[in-house]
Write a new protein. Structure first.
Lengths: 117, 469
């Protein structure tokens, strides 16, 4: 029994080593997220297409996650430097993207203050 | 344990991103979307930062501070400059993806190349080609929109352009394929920069032949590329949050591109490879056609007596910064019981939704901004159509002239209104270089001058006569 378990564990470990990451599941995530994206974005009000573009800009700056790892890990200096520039670029997109989206959205009103209806 | 915490946080962040976009379906809930997006981003950054592999913090802090220092001023640009800001942020997104891909390749190469599987190399190639071409392509688009002097505004076309562009891409892809098969070859680290160089050049060449009228589509396509390069980064780094967020951005760009293409009755391929420039000299001003000018007083009188006025804004309104004067005119007319609506064409302006944002900035209720396809049935009842700096989107030629480059494009039926006033800076044709039939119609009168000044004069005239009543 114990040897069987050990064998299973060994086999699992071997399989794991052969396939360091499961790329099929990533392809699935990509496919399904694209469908969700299309479904959600089709319903976005046409009035808001400009803010939509700026908020998706900010969201795709999630590349910041990769940049942080590259910048902060114990890698050679030139590689970390590339990471730092990428981090700066992504951070700029996050900050300006979210701020300008909010600034634009604040302007969309149904009626003005002081309007007599 | 750490892995689970990080993955759980990423999962929550992914859900929050989907909600952020979901709430954009109504202006009432849209601001909630921003909060949700910010929360997701904050969670993702913190969860990444606390991982044990991150041991150096100095540069991270520095880069974040620099990002704030540049990002805050970039978020305060005037709304007329939003298209170029958007293009610039696509450029930043592409650059970030390209750099991370490059860094990861050289890192893994230096470690002996054990990590460089075929799948990973394919993802790296997709990431750097998409990333760097988005970088230079978007910089070019931003330059054109900002009207930077040394970047030509007009489409630049030459013989064999498409052959050259496609040839360049094929060469880049071929080298990329070789690199995917031989990632650890001694030659590989030298060929890698060649692919980067080709992608950078391709980005420039891709946008050079594109004119202002096609900018909304091009910005949407670049938006999609920026998203896809983030997806490729997710594949490289084995990070599902990156894949999800990138896919959301990519599909958003895709949908906007489709909407823009439909609004112009053109295909992607046609926008990217069939520059407007090639056909634009086809039609010249026909002899015997004259503009009928109208005075401010005359126009004010007609406007005042109308029941329904439809204002058709275009890029000219943005250039002249006339949106606030338009609001004053809107107020003057509303005060007299006139119904005023705005007819918004999807490709009016230089990016999707450009006109809506400008008019919202001028405090015009969004309930009066009407999609062109929804207002066309009301146009025959419309007393006055006031065209403010729009041109191709109201050109009736699109309905019947098969030789016209804009043939088949859905337009706003301004010509069906009882009276049309068109504000125009000069007698020159519009951006697409085509004459506008509308201006020579029996019902059309021209108001020549800068849009801001003309509308200002109309407002002044109306408020003066208002005093007499």
């Amino acid at each position: 029994m114990m040897t069987l378990l050990a064998q299973v564990a060994e086999a699992a470990q071997a399989a794991h080593a052969e396939q360091p990451f499961d790329y099929w599941s990533m392809v699935f995530v990509f496919l399904l997220s694209t469908f969700i994206g299309i479904g959600v974005i089709r319903r976005v009000s046409r009035l808001l297409h400009t803010p939509l573009m700026s908020i998706t800009n900010a969201i795709s700056a999630i590349a910041v996650v990769g940049s942080i790892i590259v910048t902060g890990s114990d890698y050679p200096t030139e590689i970390r430097l590339m990471g730092a520039v990428a981090l700066f670029a992504s951070m700029t997109n996050i900050v300006s993207g979210f701020l300008i989206t909010d600034r634009m959205l604040k302007m969309f009103k149904t009626s003005r203050e002081g309007d007599q209806k | 344990m750490m892995v689970s915490i990080v993955q759980l946080t990423y999962l929550i962040a992914a859900a929050l991103f989907v909600f952020a976009l979901h709430w954009m379906n109504d202006p009432k809930t849209a601001r909630r979307g921003v909060f949700s997006g910010v929360a997701a981003m904050l969670l993702a950054v913190l969860a990444t930062w606390i991982q044990p592999v991150v041991v150096h913090h100095g540069w991270i802090i520095l880069a974040i501070i620099a990002g704030f220092a540049v990002g805050i001023p970039l978020s305060m640009v005037p709304l007329t400059a939003v298209p170029q800001r958007t293009a610039l942020s696509h450029a930043f997104g592409g650059l970030a993806a390209g750099l991370v891909g490059t860094a990861k390749y050289y890192l893994w190469y230096g470690e002996g190349g054990g990590e460089l599987s075929v799948f990973r190399m394919t993802a790296i190639m997709a990431e750097i080609i998409l990333g760097y071409l988005t970088f230079t392509g978007s910089l070019m688009a931003a330059g054109k929109l900002q009207e930077v002097k040394w970047i030509p505004q007009r489409p630049v076309t030459y013989r064999g352009q498409n052959v050259m562009n496609i040839g360049l891409l094929v060469v880049a892809a071929a080298i990329g394929l070789w690199l995917i098969i031989n990632p650890t070859d001694l030659l590989a680290p030298k060929l890698f920069p060649v692919v980067i160089g080709l992608a950078l050049v391709f980005g420039v060449l891709l946008v050079i032949p594109i004119g202002g009228a096609d900018m909304p589509t091009v910005i949407s396509i670049l938006n999609s590329y920026a998203g896809l390069s983030a997806v490729a980064m997710g594949f490289v780094l084995d990070n599902k949050l990156l894949i999800t967020a990138g896919a959301l951005d990519g599909s958003s760009g895709l949908i906007l591109s489709i909407i823009m293409c439909r609004a112009m009755n053109r295909s992607f391929v046609n926008v990217l490879f069939g520059a407007f420039g090639q056909v634009q000299q086809a039609k010249q001003l026909e002899a015997g056609k004259v503009y009928k000018p109208e005075t401010i007083e005359g126009a004010a009188q007609v406007l005042e007596q109308a029941n329904l006025v439809v204002i058709v804004p275009g890029y000219g309104m943005a250039v002249a910064q006339a949106q606030h004067k338009v609001r004053e005119l809107y107020d003057q007319l509303k005060k007299r019981g006139v119904t005023v609506k705005f007819a918004i064409h999807p490709v009016a302006g230089r990016m999707p939704g450009h006109m809506n944002v400008l008019l919202a900035e001028a405090d015009i209720p969004y309930t009066d901004l009407v999609e062109s396809s929804d207002i066309n049935s009301d146009m025959p009842q419309c007393d006055v159509a006031l065209v403010v700096g729009a041109n191709d989107v109201v050109n009736p030629v699109a309905r019947y002239d098969k030789t016209s480059p804009i043939y088949g494009m859905p337009i706003i039926d301004a010509d069906k209104a009882k009276t049309v006033y068109a504000i125009k800076r000069s007698t020159r044709p519009g951006f697409a270089g085509i004459d506008n039939e509308l201006y020579f119609s029996d019902r059309t009168w021209m108001l020549f001058g800068d849009a801001k000044k003309v509308i200002g004069d109309l407002v002044k005239q109306l408020s003066d006569t208002g005093g007499i009543h």
